[in-house]
Design a protein around this ligand. Sequence first.
Ligand code: F0G
Length: 403
Amino acid sequence: MKLLTVQKCISCEAEYPSDEVLYTCKFCGSLIEVILTNLEELDGRDLSLKWRGRDRTMWRYSEVIPVEGNVVTLKEGGTPLYEAEKAALWAGVRKLYLKFEGMNPTGSFKDRGMSVGVSKAVALRKKVVVCASTGNTASSMAAYAAAAGLKSVVVVPKYDVAAGKLFQTVLHGAKTIQVVEGFDKALTMILSSTLGSESYILNSVNPWRIEGQKTLAYELWDDLRDSNYFVSIPVGNCGNISALWKGFKELQTLGIIRDLPRLIAVQAEGASPFVDMVNRGDEKLIPVEKPMTIASAIRIGRPVNWRKALRALKESEGLAEKVSDGLILEAQRVLASEVGVGVEPASAASLAGVKKLVDKGLLDKSSTVVCIATGHALKDPNIEIISKYLSPEIPIEEVLKSL
Ligand code: F0G
């Protein structure tokens, strides 16, 4: 059965055809989402049986991914889920899993979205893909554009973009513009420029990217066959948490799951406009003008997808927490040296958030939590950590004795 889709405004519900290129509603200016209009007619039980026998990439779920024509893929998705006892012990919960999105082709979850987004760009006959980024979106888009034979242009903050991400971006051939003011300015620049009909924006305002990223939920269901857990996820521009929730809601519509997991949104203390809004209990996002955190991937003061994310958090009866850079680095160390999984600082925020919520008594110790480890440690080599732990040239016997 052919999947039918429509683009719909998240606020005034105006509808647009799927082949119309738009990022915001023409009437009210809100963001757009893709609705699968005949999802209810699909047989969830039949689908789940079909999916089980297929390769472990996100395209295992192709029946619910709205791409027409050729798919641009680097075999993204199918990332490992680890049970991490040491991390559970550190955070203080009964069971903790780590979904390691750093194992995607370019080392972050962005690849799921880019596979769909760049496929859509090709279907629309675009020649150039464009984005603003703190690094991971840029490197992912550059790789998928290269795979599709498209040109790519990215705008990134001039300071503190992680070296690995910048290297990937230029290596894959993206023209790279740096702006002094940081990510929020870079995104404003992209959204307010006249880009011409050949260019296509692939930030998370693009609703088709979210369609790729929602497969994270399908995979968690596949991994755990249960929905009685929390999912802790680092939040920057609020795109991924919105995508995750969309996936879970679709699984419910398909009759594959009955209950929905609960979300935990985590931001860094110096860049926490979303978490602060949730915990104030209002619906007014107060932007952070100069966001600061060591987790450069989520150094964002004006998250564009906040309305979608707020809806998700409310529907899931979720929690929101902000964490210090110190706690982020401690969580990163625990994952690396006690679990064996190397993640970048933004990704470690998901685990740090769980510990803080347990310590504050807001998350029950008997909980099962899945932490989304959004990006690989190699993305963001930390020179200070490297030099702190290096030993001078001393005999190996001495080092062994000191262990
Ligand atoms: N974790 C990592 C490693 C990221 O790169 C990002 C976002 C997030 C979490 C937050 O996801 O923005 O959907 O809420 N990185 C973007 C980028 C902003 O440009 O690479 P979000």
